[in-house]
Design a protein around this ligand. Sequence first.
Ligand SMILES: Nc1ncnc2c1ncn2[C@@H]1O[C@H](COP(=O)(O)OP(=O)(O)OP(=O)(O)O)[C@@H](O)[C@H]1O
Length: 293
Amino acid sequence: MQPILEVKNLVKQYRELFAVNDVSFAIEAGQCFGLLGPNGAGKTTTIEIMEGIIKASSGQVLYQGKPVTSAIAQQIGIQFQHTALQDFLTVKETLDLFSSFYQHSLPHEKLIDLCDLSEFLNRDNRLLSGGQRQRLLLALALINDPEVVFLDEPTTGLDPQARRNFWQLIQNIKAQNKTIVLTTHYMDEAEQLCDQVVVMDHGKIIEQGPPNDLLTKHFGHVFVYLPTEQVPSELVSEHSWQINNGKVEIVSENVESTLSMLIAKQVPLEQLQVKSANLDDLFLKLTGHSLRE
Ligand SMILES: Nc1ncnc2c1ncn2[C@@H]1O[C@H](COP(=O)(O)OP(=O)(O)OP(=O)(O)O)[C@@H](O)[C@H]1O
């Protein structure tokens, strides 16, 4: 099957800085595709070249097999920043305004339903909460019934509840067979939503694939945590276990044998915690630094 979007050897150079440095990937129709990486990794630059907003220094972006031109704007949806919202307009008036920009637009009832706008339809844009604003911006990205929707860090700044609500909306949109391209530096978001991820750092791809496959490939172990004061220090130094935030971290290839050994050493296990590796751990392993640094 031909990918809906294909990025080939993309480079964007600003003087001596390579913001994007030979990046290639393909996106299948109907996927939620995540571009992950820390600040400055090159995610926004990549996505803006794909949207036809900025030009690449070299390389190609193909949409349905053809090079992207500015005409792509009619076929894709972009979630703008909140500064795109006009003061003194209500949510309903904003939908009307944005519909007028396109030859073809989705019925408002459908957008209101998909993005859960009904409770604040007559509210002035200035009075919306962060989560409500993001829902409106998502509706605007969908207004022309696009095949592909681009979301650049859609949940940054939202509280945990609003983030979870927004994830549900993204699942609803995916269920409409839309392709979603998402940038994020929240790894839990990527694990929840994305079928495929590309991990970028310093303009380059350092890993790509389905999140679970990447975790299985890189981690055959789980992390076991115990309060430091409950583990004899000789045991800690014997195994060279790390101590972080008052907890001993045991990297375990086999939880059963780790637990048997702790029981044999009479270590109390009431406060034991077990954690599987996640994409944050993967990023740390690949780059030697954490995503939030
Ligand atoms: N117009 C520009 N001129 C010069 N340098 C730029 C320009 N736009 C981006 N850069 C640089 O390119 C690099 C990649 O930036 P980009 O915004 O793509 O990263 P990002 O991964 O989206 O980060 P963030 O999460 O902070 O948005 C950064 O070092 C940035 O400073």
